[in-house]
Design a protein around this ligand. Structure first.
Ligand SMILES: Cc1ncc(C[n+]2csc(CCOP(=O)(O)OP(=O)(O)O)c2C)c(N)n1
Ligand code: SF4
Ligand SMILES: [Mg+2]
Length: 288
């Protein structure tokens, strides 16, 4: 991390949304530490590559363990950490490009396994670190350095994607509200299965969406953000789907299924069924 790694000189731009996400993660971890009595070293942050992934070096206060991995491969690394040490609290931090573009193929398998980790996705609708190329969540038609005549593809809807893949905890948050966001992240960390907290975290340099998200009523701009109603039934898949079809950006818990076993529980149960074979039995298997 930064203090232990003084040669690491990466800095976020002023006003970057990721500052708020960092604060929310710090608050959630400290809160968890106070509630469970487990030390900060019980937490591991697995980061992708991107401005968002640099969060792992920029955390302040007590330091969790951190792995700054490979672009798009935060989930497989987190799978390895969790399988080796199921007692650890594993948190993935990744950008929209990292998680949904190059890393998109890893979401469905982990959803099917119900890997017991929490992924915090910082969605700024752009590749920030590499200077502003389009990402899956860039609006169709947007002119970027990689789409000089406008983006051809439609914008992905990550929350609908997660729901379709069967992610067992899905929340949506905003970096400009670090305290409420920390509560969503804490719920995600406590959820016994695969949780994703998808965060709108604007890039002030290449895609500043703060006003669009928060609105500017004086100038007739309605906020895209709206709170998930208190009476929303988070256990109801169809209700979650209907919520996502209302447009804009819901803030809160969208869906939660606590009835499925997590991957570590399923692996444990499989170990109990597996009969270890003796060397003789294994050798006999090769005899024709
Ligand atoms: C395998 C691989 N491909 C491409 C890159 C170049 N690269 C680094 S970060 C990045 C995209 C970052 O966008 P995002 O994940 O949205 O993170 P942000 O910087 O916006 O937070 C790319 C394409 C890389 N480092 N490794
Ligand atoms: S380029 Fe964008 S995402 Fe990266 S640090 Fe600057 S504001 Fe944040
Ligand atoms: Mg991005």
């Amino acid at each position: 991390m930064s203090k232990k790694n003084p040669e690491y000189d990466f800095k976020w731009c002023p006003g970057c949304g990721d500052f708020g996400v960092r604060r929310a993660i710090e608050l959630a971890m400290i809160n968890r530490l106070e509630e469970t009595g487990k030390p900060m070293e019980n937490n591991v942050v697995v980061a992708g590559i991107g401005c968002s992934g640099n969060l792992v070096h920029l955390l302040e206060g007590p330091q969790p363990y951190g792995i700054h991995g490979i672009h798009g491969r935060a989930l497989p690394i987190a799978l390895g950490v969790k399988m080796a040490q199921p007692g650890l609290n594993v948190l993935v931090v990744a950008g929209d490009g990292d998680f949904l573009s190059i890393g998109g193929e890893h979401i469905a398998p982990q959803a099917a396994r119900n890997l017991n980790i929490c992924a915090v996705v910082m969605d700024n609708g752009v590749y920030g670190l590499t200077k502003g190329q389009s990402s899956p969540t860039t609006l169709q038609g947007t002119v970027t350095s990689s789409t000089p005549f406008g983006k051809i593809e439609t914008k992905a809807n990550p929350l609908e994607l997660y729901l379709t893949y069967g992610v067992s905890f899905i929340a949506s948050g905003f970096s400009g509200q670090p305290r409420p966001l920390s509560l969503l992240i804490k719920q995600g960390m406590e959820h016994p299965g695969f949780s994703i907290v998808h965060v709108q975290s604007p890039c002030t340099t290449y895609n500043d969406t703060f006003i669009e998200l928060k609105g500017d009523l004086k100038n007739g701009i309605q906020p895209a953000l709206w709170d998930v109603p208190e009476d929303h039934d988070t256990s109801d898949h169809l209700a979650a789907r209907a919520l996502l079809q209302q447009g804009g950006v819901p803030v809160g818990v969208i869906y939660k299924d606590t009835h499925r076993p997590s991957l570590d529980q399923s692996v444990e149960a499989t170990w109990e069924k597996a009969q270890p074979k003796s060397v003789e039995q294994l050798m006999e298997a090769f005899v024709f």
